[in-house]
Design a binder for this molecule. Sequence first.
Ligand SMILES: [Zn+2]
Ligand SMILES: [Zn+2]
Length: 159
Amino acid sequence: MPRKTINRQVKEPPLFDIFKPRGVAVQKNEFIIMNLDEFEAIRLADYLGLDHKESSLEMEISRSTFSRLITRARKKLARLIIEGKQLKIDGGQVHFRQNIYECHSCGHKFKMSIQEEVKTCPSCGSRNLFDLAGGFGHGRCCSNHSQHRGKGRGRGKRS
Ligand SMILES: [Zn+2]
Ligand SMILES: [Zn+2]
């Protein structure tokens, strides 16, 4: 039975989601939006140096889908540096495998499996934690997805 789900697996949320060129007054509508799946494609192929086959397996998509994805992502990075646009990483039909938390009290950053919900900083005990996957609208959906891998249908695109 062919898989219906179109969600792509992204290892973890990006640590940075907005990039802007120095000294350019940029309007809100001048953002280039890089989807989370495009970010992951850049991370796998260009940052880690995996080939397209390995990268596509990581993301659980076909190799040809991966090739289209990385081409689109590189085009956005090229526009960013040539045209001096702002870049925002957001959206895309993805789920995360693990989460990153950042403590706003002590600055400690730590990674957890996406299934675990953490309320206090393991370093200082503060409850002032920022949940990065949550910031992208993810969390429970990702752990449901990983428990029913291959059975669930892709959820609609987040607006
Ligand atoms: Zn802390
Ligand atoms: Zn999710």
